[in-house]
Design a protein around this ligand. Structure first.
Ligand code: FES
Length: 158
């Protein structure tokens, strides 16, 4: 068994050795969109490893490629679905923001003020800043989110 600590509240998740960081997130009931279904192709399971990164499996080429285009990626970034926990002492933090799954998710927020940045599910780019009121005109150019997601679906099926 291994523990993964969440730096925000210092709570831990206990998972089996070699399970994924993603399993630690799910154990703590973190809502992870898993847009690519754990294939290392999206941003929705992005985490920062704040302690003991060497207790994780090395990055795969797939993970490196995805992180290379991910807005907000830092040297300690990992994709939770790709990193397996081998040792003790791993600590993680989560990027600030809410990932959407489709343009419809943004449309559902029209007229509301965002409580956190709204993030693109593949690139991690901030689509709408925190504390902004979402208007129909402000989100008009964000319709391409659905196109990006459709392209990801095509890549997944290859
Ligand atoms: S769920 Fe998509 S990269 Fe991890």
């Amino acid at each position: 068994m291994k523990s993964v600590v969440f730096s925000a509240d210092h709570q831990q998740a206990i998972i089996n050795t070699e399970q994924r960081l993603l399993d630690a997130l799910l154990t703590r009931k973190v809502e992870v969109k898993m847009l690519c279904r754990g294939r290392g192709m999206c941003a929705t399971c992005h985490v920062y490893v704040t302690k003991n990164p060497h207790s994780l499996t090395p990055m795969t080429d797939r993970e490196k490629l995805t992180l290379s285009v991910l807005t907000g990626a830092q040297p300690n970034s990992r994709l939770a679905c790709q990193a397996h926990v081998l040792g003790d002492g791993v600590e993680i933090s989560l990027p600030t923001g809410l990932y959407i799954e489709s343009f419809a998710d943004i449309e559902a927020l029209i007229g509301k003020r965002t409580t956190a940045p709204i993030l693109h599910p593949i690139t991690g780019k901030i689509l709408i800043q925190e504390k902004k009121i979402i208007t129909r005109s402000a989100i008009a150019e964000l319709r391409n989110v659905d196109v990006d997601i459709q392209q990801l679906s095509l890549e997944k099926s290859r």
